[in-house]
Design a protein around this ligand. Structure first.
Ligand SMILES: [Zn+2]
Length: 591
C-alpha cells in the first residue's frame, strides 16, 4: 500500500496537478497562485516542486498532492488516491483496499433511495393520490418526458406508507432511518415517513445516484420545501442539482448556468438549455464550486430577480471569482421572477438574456441603477458608496479605467472626482504588493527567529553557512525553531550538498511543518530580485541584528534578576560583577 501511494505521488507532479485548477506562476523557487480555498486578491497560495507540497498562507490549508485532491474534489483519502491513480496511470489493486463499513452502508442507502424514488413515482403516475400533484406539474408545463427523466414522484399523505413498503422489500429499519427518509417518533418508539402529501423531487448526485429528496408542499403546509437531512451519501455543501444530466453539455459549451431552484433547472433543460445546475437555496458553497470546476471554469449566474436573489448573486459571484472562475450574471427583466418563469413565458427572451449575460461589474452597475435613482443627490451618494469599493478591487488598470469612466458618467461627475474618492478605499493604482520587513517580522504568523531560518533556507550554501556560524542556539527561544536551527547547522556544516528533501527526513513532524512553511513562504527578497545574493545578505544582516538585540535584551533581564538576588544577599563582589555585565550588554544593545 505504502509503495502504491509513493508510486502515484512520484508520477503526478503537484505543480501540473494544481495548475489544472489554479493558474500558477513561478516566483523564485516556488510557484504561487490565488488560493482555491478562500477568497483573496493577492496570491498567498504556494506550491513547492521540490517538496511536492502546497500551502496557503491565508487560510493555512496545505499538504501533498493527495491532500490537495481531497480538499478540492471533496474526496476521502481512498477516493483521492483512486483519482490520482487514474491520472498517473497506476492500476490500484482493489485488494489494496477493503470497503469500510460506512462505504458498504452508503451503497445500501443509495440502493434504498433509488427504490424509494420508484415508489414515489409509481404513486404519482398510477395512483389516485397522485392526481393533484400531476395536475400541479401540468400547470407548471412540466412535460411527461421530464417527469420520467427527473423521476419526479408524490409522497402520499400517510404516516407509514413508505416505511411499510421498504420493510416489505426486506430493508431493516436502522438502514431506513440512516437514509433520512423517516423521522423518529417523539417517544422514540418507531418512526414515521418524513415526506407526506408532497411532490417529490429526487436529488441525484453528479453520477446520477439518488442521494436524497426534496418534497414540495402542494397546499398551505410549511415549509414549502422540505429536504432530506445530510446522510452518509448526501452532503449539502457539495451538492448541485442536475449536474448528472448537465455535465456533458457543460463540458461541450464550456460554461454552466447556475440557478436557484429545481424548476429553474428542469424547465430550461426540457426546453433545450441543458447546461443548467441548481444550487438549491441561495447560499452557494465553495464545495459546490469545486464540484463544478471539474467541468468548467465559466459560470453564468441566473438567480431570482427579487432582492434576495440579487443579494445572492452578489455573494455567489464573489465566491466564484475567488475560486478563479470567469463569472457572468444573467439579468432578467422584472417581468419574470425567475428563469423557470422566463423560459415558460418567453423562451426566446431567455435565450437572449443568456447571450447577453453581463460581466460582473456591469451587473453591479445595473444593480446600482435599479436600486438608486441617481438624479437624487442622496441616492447618488448611496450608489457611489456601493460602487466605489467594487471598482477599487479591480486589479486590471485598463479595466479599472473603463469603470471609473462609467461611474463618472452615471453620477455625472468628473473622472478625477472618482479617482480621488477611490483613494479612501486604499486602491493602489498599479503598484504591486508592497513588502515591508518590519511588518513581516512583527506579523504574528512569523517571528524573526523563523524568518532568519527562512532566509538561510533560501540562501546559497556559503552564505547560509556563514550565517549559521554567527548564530547560536541561545538566539532561538522558540522550541521548534531552536530544534530546526540546531539540526540545520549540524546538517549544513557537515554535508557536501544541501538537499532540502533529505534534510526534512531528519525532522520531527512539528519541525517538518515549520520547515515546509518557511520554504514555501514568499520572501520579499526573492519577490523581485531572484537569487540576488547581495540583497539576501543585507536582509540577513538586518534580521540578524534584530535577533541579536532580542538575545541581548533577554540576557539583560536575566542579569538584572540575578543582580536583585545578589543585592538581597549583600554579595558585594557579585553585585559589582553583574553591574559591569549589565553595562556591557546595554552598550551592545544601543550600539
Ligand atoms: Zn487559502
Amino acid at each position: 500500500m505504502e509503495d502504491t501511494i509513493k508510486e502515484i505521488k512520484s508520477r503526478v507532479d503537484i505543480v501540473n496537478l494544481i495548475n489544472e485548477y489554479v493558474p500558477l506562476t513561478k516566483g523564485g523557487k516556488n510557484y504561487k497562485g490565488l488560493c482555491p480555498f478562500h477568497k483573496e486578491n493577492t496570491p498567498s497560495f504556494m506550491v513547492s516542486p521540490e517538496l511536492q507540497i502546497f500551502k496557503c498562507f491565508g487560510c493555512d490549508k496545505g499538504g501533498d498532492s493527495i491532500r490537495f485532491v481531497q480538499e478540492i474534489e471533496g474526496l476521502e483519502f481512498r477516493q483521492a488516491l483512486e483519482f490520482l491513480a487514474g491520472k498517473a496511470g497506476v492500476a490500484l489493486k482493489t485488494s489494496a483496499f477493503t470497503r469500510s463499513p460506512d462505504e458498504m452502508k452508503a451503497k445500501k442507502i443509495l440502493e434504498l433511495n433509488s427504490l424509494a424514488a420508484e415508489y414515489f413515482q409509481y404513486i404519482l403516475k398510477n395512483h389516485k393520490f397522485g392526481k393533484k400533484a400531476l395536475a400541479y406539474l401540468k400547470d407548471r408545463d412540466i412535460k411527461d418526458a421530464a417527469i420520467d427523466i427527473y423521476k419526479i414522484g408524490y409522497a402520499p399523505n400517510s404516516w407509514d406508507g413508505l416505511i411499510r413498503f421498504l420493510l416489505k422489500r426486506g430493508y431493516d429499519i436502522s438502514l431506513i432511518a440512516a437514509s433520512g427518509l423517516v423521522v423518529p417518533k417523539d417517544n422514540n418508539k418507531g418512526f414515521y415517513d418524513r415526506f407526506r402529501g408532497r411532490l417529490i423531487i429526487p436529488l441525484r448526485n453528479e453520477r446520477g445516484e439518488v442521494v436524497g429528496f426534496s418534497g414540495r408542499s402542494l397546499g398551505a403546509s410549511e415549509p414549502k420545501y422540505l429536504n432530506s437531512p445530510e446522510t452518509l451519501v448526501f452532503k449539502k455543501e457539495r451538492f448541485l442539482y442536475n449536474l448528472d444530466l448537465a455535465r456533458s453539455e457543460i463540458k461541450k459549451k464550456k460554461e454552466a448556468i447556475l440557478v436557484e431552484g429545481y424548476f429553474d433547472a428542469i424547465t430550461p433543460f426540457q426546453e433545450g438549455f441543458k447546461n443548467v445546475v441548481a444550487s438549491l437555496g441561495t447560499s452557494l458553497t465553495s464545495g459546490q464550486l469545486s464540484l463544478l470546476k471539474r467541468f468548467t471554469d465559466t459560470l453564468i449566474i441566473f438567480y431570482d430577480t427579487d432582492t434576495a436573489g440579487i443579494e445572492a448573486s452578489k455573494r455567489a459571484l464573489n465566491l466564484a471569482q475567488s475560486a478563479g472562475m470567469d463569472v457572468k450574471v444573467g439579468i432578467l427583466s422584472d417581468a419574470f421572477k425567475d428563469p423557470d418563469e422566463a423560459v415558460r413565458k418567453d423562451k426566446m427572451y431567455f435565450g437572449k438574456a443568456l447571450e447577453s449575460a453581463a460581466s460582473v461589474y456591469d451587473f453591479y452597475f445595473e444593480y446600482a441603477k435599479k436600486r438608486h435613482n441617481v438624479k437624487d443627490a442622496l441616492e447618488k451618494k448611496k450608489a457611489a458608496d456601493f460602487l466605489l469599493p467594487i471598482i477599487s478591487e479591480i486589479t486590471h488598470t485598463v479595466h479599472k479605467a473603463h469603470y471609473i469612466k462609467e461611474l463618472a458618467d452615471l453620477l455625472d461627475v468628473s473622472e478625477e472626482t472618482i479617482v480621488q474618492s477611490l483613494k479612501k478605499y486604499g486602491t493602489n493604482f498599479g503598484a504591486g504588493r508592497s513588502y515591508s520587513l518590519e511588518k513581516k517580522v512583527s506579523s504574528p504568523k512569523i517571528s524573526s527567529q523563523e524568518y532568519i531560518l527562512a532566509l538561510i533556507l533560501s540562501s546559497p550554501k556559503e552564505l547560509a553557512q556563514k550565517t549559521l556560524y554567527k548564530l547560536s542556539s541561545d538566539d532561538f527561544t522558540q522550541e521548534i525553531a531552536n530544534a530546526v536551527f540546531v539540526k540545520l547547522k549540524d546538517y549544513l556544516l557537515s554535508k557536501e550538498r544541501f538537499l532540502l528533501r533529505n534534510f526534512c527526513l531528519k525532522l520531527s513532524p512539528h519541525e517538518n511543518e515549520l520547515v515546509e512553511k518557511l520554504h514555501l513562504m514568499e520572501l520579499p527578497v526573492l519577490g523581485f530580485l531572484e537569487e540576488d545574493e547581495a540583497y539576501l545578505e543585507k536582509e540577513i544582516k538586518k534580521i540578524f541584528d534584530i535577533i541579536n538585540k532580542e538575545t541581548l535584551r533577554r540576557k539583560m533581564r536575566e542579569v538584572s534578576y540575578l543582580l536583585k538576588q545578589a543585592e538581597k544577599r549583600s554579595d558585594k563582589r557579585l553585585v559589582s560583577e553583574l553591574q559591569e555585565e549589565f553595562l556591557r550588554l546595554s552598550k551592545k544593545v544601543t550600539k
